[in-house]
Write a protein that binds this ligand. Structure first.
Ligand code: IMP
Ligand code: MG
Length: 185
């Protein structure tokens, strides 16, 4: 598996430090009302990030997992709910957590769906953000790193459901990406 990685983009230590700082930002943003927080991680990509993030946050919080499927290979697809959250988010300060903001399709879909359920607020936290593709209407409130528009794996991010367990974020060797997944042009 390690031989498939062409380049490490974000090391384990770099991620660890930024995630701790991001957790502190979130706690500060909800100072005095952090006991109403419900985190909604989008499965499966956000799990590693989420696990590290919440352990840096000494506040009362709830977790409500949502399972979506969005991707085939490296080509973006339409989000689909595989398993909805089982919690009531009415009156809660919701923070949707995802691994990466790319086109914004996934987060727009989840945000709009949860906004209809009467939460006190809905904000968005992503570990990574790619430039330029998300519409202005999709604002990420908490962002770990801005990265270039290239396909990355590790720390929860997958390629065809593989590589999520890499402890860092890296770029795959081109020969590891199936020819069928390379966009024409
Ligand atoms: P969006 O809907 O286009 O914003 O894409 C968000 C989802 O696509 C993320 O939750 C990821 O699962 C996946 N995704 C986007 N870019 C990458 C990438 O570079 N590597 C792995 N997954 C990605
Ligand atoms: Mg994915």
């Amino acid at each position: 598996m390690l031989a498939d990685v062409a380049r490490v983009l974000l090391s384990r230590e770099t991620i660890r430090q930024r995630v701790a700082a991001l957790a502190a930002e979130i706690v500060a943003a909800y100072a005095g009302r952090s006991d109403r927080l419900t985190f909604v991680p989008i499965l499966s990509g956000s799990i590693v990030f989420l696990a590290d993030l919440i352990r840096e946050m000494p506040v009362h919080m709830r977790l409500a997992l949502i399972h979506l499927s969005t991707y085939r290979g490296t080509q973006a697809g339409q989000p689909r709910v595989v398993a909805d959250i089982s919690h009531d988010v009415r009156g809660r300060d919701v923070i949707i957590v995802d691994d990466i903001l790319d086109t914004g399709r996934t987060l727009t879909f989840v945000r709009d769906m949860l906004a209809e359920r009467g939460p006190a607020s809905v904000r968005i936290c992503v570990l990574l953000r790619k430039p330029g593709k998300a519409p202005p209407s999709l604002h990420a409130d908490f962002v770990g790193f801005d990265i270039e528009d290239e396909f990355v794996v590790g720390y929860g991010l997958d390629y065809n459901d593989l590589y999520r367990n890499l402890p860092y974020i890296g770029v795959l060797r081109p020969e590891c990406i199936a020819a069928a997944d390379v966009a024409p042009g």
